[in-house]
Write a protein that binds this ligand. Structure first.
Ligand code: OOB
Length: 551
């Protein structure tokens, strides 16, 4: 193994996954050329007025790969990639795969703290940033971070105004020269599929994200199984609105799943309903993915939006808890089916089938994509619960790594000695094998010793007609330790009091100790970069460490 902090699968598991045809031994950069050979002239990417065909995409990625090698990057190196949803993001990612250089998928809102600490952890050899993005000077940020890092990383810039000291990515990726010869040279130096292809960041909303290594073999399988589970074909037109470096829009099935089937990927940097609906109409989008908060905004805005959304067949919804009530409203409002997705950057991905019954599609988070995924639901004593009962989900499988990158102490907590990843999610599994997410093990509010699952309260409050979005967090309390505090965004023109909430939840028969004791109405909830309610920011509002909420 080239990278010291990488935790490989044990040899017997690896052998089993190869024998079962999960791991095919083809690096992701070689797959890119399989796609280009099969669909050369079809459109692969659309970003505003830019349209890139499959052959052009592969030739651009190869051109960039070879010129990055000329700048000193090599198989086994790591780079931080912080780009918005743009066509260059895909070219950079594929160029990295081609070389065996692993991109770390940073998110556009990350700043010095995240870039410098993660850059140091992975020994980054380059940073790839936009020039400016949403009024922020990422080029300057990258230079400041580069100065703090030990390996004097290159600053690679995607933008019009590349300053001295930076490298112009758009100039490097021009597919001029002899494409076939270049392809041959890169093929000869292709990385080993057992090695790390990319690093994803964990979706945790507390502390610094953890770094997750994904190999060529395991990620290809993630992509293949996701594309199959979602029936992606060459007719699929996939709209990317969530940040492209997140596992969900990147490979579940997302951008790479669509490219693997010859479909077309449309990139958009904002989930705003007007922009999304315009893109659906213009490109004939068939599929897109959203987190529940975004899906809700679309559901509210779709009726009477004046756009033709009839091409839309499936909206994938996942990433945080979706109530059955909201799940049932999305399809009729957008004129499509909902597919729920329960996944994690750490591996395991579950989907409801494209043609699932309403009961399954609205009330469950689907089934794992691989017959080799192992799921174990355990109680507080660590022992398996009885079938159908709720407990913490542990998982293992051909695309769920056995450890985070370079943090053995953390791994001893997050993984069992025999390699199960502790998801921290409370789930139950139905008799038909569908996962239902009931909350977080650690997302508990401890009221005088009584544990209250925030997810349970949120699901019930979400069903109230006044409520657009809700998050339950612990409010510190001198008497009982913590009380349930609700942060709520209301539907327009609606009002809500704590008494209303209390009456509604008591009416549902909820235990009295779980009834929220504080209600804060906000114009919008703060969200993590992918759009999950940011509970850390909300807790900060309560204990006074953060007073401002930027939606
Ligand atoms: C996705 O990945 P991450 O790494 O940002 O977050 C994973 C965590 C899960 O452990 C779970 O706590 C939560 O996000 N989650 C859900 C959920 N999907 C994810 N909680 C309730 N219901 C769901 N449907 O979020 C992610 C990665 C790939 C595909 C989809 C989502």
């Amino acid at each position: 193994m080239k990278r010291e902090g990488f935790v490989p699968w044990p040899a017997d598991a690896a052998r089993r996954y190869v024998e079962a045809d999960c791991w095919r031994g083809r690096p992701l950069g070689a797959l890119m050329w399989d796609w280009a050979d099969a669909w050369a002239d079809r459109t692969a990417l659309v970003d505003g007025d830019v349209r890139l065909g499959y052959a052009e995409l592969a030739a651009s990625a190869d051109a960039l790969a070879e010129r990055l090698a000329g700048q000193g990057l090599a198989d086994g190196d790591t780079v931080l990639v912080q780009l918005p949803n743009c066509w260059e993001f895909v070219v950079v990612t594929l160029a990295c795969f081609r070389l065996g250089v692993a991109p770390v998928m940073m998110l556009p809102p990350h700043r010095e703290y995240e870039l410098a600490s993660i850059g140091a952890h992975v020994r980054a050899k380059a940073l790839v940033v936009p020039g400016t993005w949403r009024g922020y000077d990422h080029q300057a940020l990258a230079h400041r971070v580069a100065e703090r890092l030990p390996d004097e990383p290159l600053v690679l810039v995607v933008g019009d105004d590349v300053r001295p000291g930076g490298v112009d990515v758009r100039a490097l990726l021009r597919p001029d020269g002899d494409t076939a010869a270049r392809r041959g040279r890169l093929d000869k130096a292709a990385p080993d599929a057992m090695e790390v292809a990319l690093f994803l960041l964990s979706g945790g909303t507390t502390g610094l994200p953890k770094v997750i290594s994904r190999t060529h073999n395991d990620y290809e399988y993630n992509i293949r199984q996701s594309a199959a589970a979602c029936a992606v074909t060459a007719e699929t037109v996939y709209l990317t609105v969530l940040p492209a470096g997140h596992n969900y829009p990147l490979a579940s099935p997302g951008i790479l799943g669509t490219l693997s089937a010859g479909g077309r990927v449309v990139l958009l940097s904002s989930p705003r309903p007007d922009a999304v609906f315009a893109a659906i109409e213009r490109e004939g989008v068939t599929t897109t993915s959203a987190v529940p908060a975004v899906a809700l905004k679309w559901t509210e805005a779709a009726p009477g939006c004046g756009r033709d959304l009839s091409s839309l067949r499936h909206v994938h919804v996942g990433g945080s808890v979706l109530s059955p009530e909201l799940a049932a409203r999305i399809g009729p409002a957008l004129g499509c089916r909902v597919q729920q997705v329960y996944g994690m950057a750490e591996g395991l991905i579950c989907y409801t089938a494209p043609d699932a019954t309403d009961e399954v599609a609205h009330g469950t988070q689907g089934a794992p994509v691989s017959a080799y995924d192992e799921l174990l639901v355990v109680g507080p004593d660590g022992r398996p619960v009885r079938p159908g009962e709720t407990g913490e989900l542990l998982t293992r499988g051909p695309y769920t790594p056995r450890g985070y990158y370079g943090v053995p102490d953390q791994n001893a907590l997050s993984f069992t000695p025999d390699g199960w990843y502790r998801t921290g999610d409370l789930v139950r599994i139905t008799a038909q094998g569908h996962v239902v997410v009931c909350g977080r093990v650690k997302d508990l509010i401890n009221r005088g010793g009584e544990k209250i699952a925030a997810g349970e309260i949120e699901t019930l409050v979400q069903e109230m007609p006044e409520v657009a979005e809700v998050a339950a967090v612990p409010a510190p309390d001198p008497e009982v330790g913590e009380r349930v505090c609700l942060f709520v965004r209301l539907h327009e023109g609606r009002a809500l009091t704590l008494e209303d909430v209390s009456a509604a939840l008591s009416g549902r028969g909820l235990a009295a100790f779980k009834i929220p004791e504080r209600l804060e109405i906000l114009p919008d909830l703060p969200h993590t970069p992918v759009g999950k309610p940011d509970k850390k920011a909300l807790r900060g509002l309560l204990d006074g460490t953060r007073v401002e909420v930027t939606p």
